[in-house]
Write a protein that binds this ligand. Structure first.
Ligand code: ADP
Ligand code: MG
Length: 246
């Protein structure tokens, strides 16, 4: 059997905000090219979990191992780790005073010191990948929400991450704009990107996820292939959650 590469390994992760115990003994792993969808009610700890994976939040205990490296925020260069782990948020956070292309090339030039001409060439390629090559010189205010989110995806990809985290990337979009963003994510999954996606789009989870992880109150209650979780959930909690949303 070919051993697949483990891109993310989380062992016994605990996270508190003050007295609030938000992540409880989380064990979680993601292999190379795997797509894992995290589901669960609001407040169950999904965003905090993602943020611990790229060190926007710091764990209180446990291990977060990225591509085999046990990351110690006191010793390791977190900017380097974050380059490997791209993130897309519900709100796109584009720079409003920069054009679409300028948004995409900003970090490669400033952080990675890529020469501007090369960054522009790569940036245009990424924009065509997300179907927005003709918007390169527009400002974000001229774009629809779906287009903005696709720019945000291109911007994250410009750092050449090996892992992409998505935190409810379509939740702020009008329903008719959801599909184009999900399509961009599907394309990325098909190309072999390792992805962890928090979403309420169960159709996407069924179609694209290799594994679905259900969280409740800071714990992973159940995980499995989409059909196992959606059609044959074992845990009462999972059943109750699914019947509340489906
Ligand atoms: P989800 O993404 O599943 O809705 P979150 O990870 O955002 O859940 O939140 C988990 C819990 O942690 C919630 O009770 C939330 O109120 C709390 N929380 C999240 N971020 C912070 C923070 N920065 N400070 C204090 N509490 C927080
Ligand atoms: Mg959240």
């Amino acid at each position: 059997m070919i051993k697949t590469k483990e891109m993310i390994r989380v062992d016994q992760l605990n996270k508190y905000f003050g007295d609030l115990h938000v992540l409880k003994d989380i064990d979680f792993n993601v292999d190379e090219s795997e797509v894992v969808v995290l589901i669960g009610a609001s407040g169950s700890g999904k965003s905090t979990m993602l943020r611990c994976l790229n060190f926007l939040e710091m764990k209180n205990s446990g291990e977060v191992i990225i591509r085999g490296e046990d990351i110690d925020p006191r010793k390791d260069n977190l900017n380097e780790v974050r380059q490997k782990v791209g993130m897309v948020f519900q709100h796109f956070n584009l720079f409003p005073h920069k054009t679409v292309l300028e948004n995409v090339i900003e970090a490669p030039i400033q952080v990675k010191k890529i020469p501007k001409a090369k960054a522009i060439e790569d940036g245009k390629e990424l924009l065509s990948k997300v179907g927005l090559e003709d918007k390169a010189n527009d400002y974000p205010s001229r774009l629809s929400g779906g287009q903005k989110q696709r720019v945000a995806i291109a911007r994250a990809l410009a750092m050449k991450p090996e892992i992409m985290l998505f935190d409810e990337p379509t939740s702020a979009l009008d329903p008719e704009l959801v599909g184009e963003v999900l399509q961009t994510m599907k394309d990325l999954a098909r190309e072999g990107m390792t992805m962890v996606v928090v979403t309420h789009e169960m159709g996407f989870a069924r179609e694209v996820a290799d594994r679905v992880v259900y969280m409740h109150d800071g714990r992973i209650v159940e995980a499995g292939q989409p059909n196992e979780i959606f059609d044959y959930p074992k845990e009462k909690r999972t059943q109750a959650f699914l019947s509340s949303i489906l």
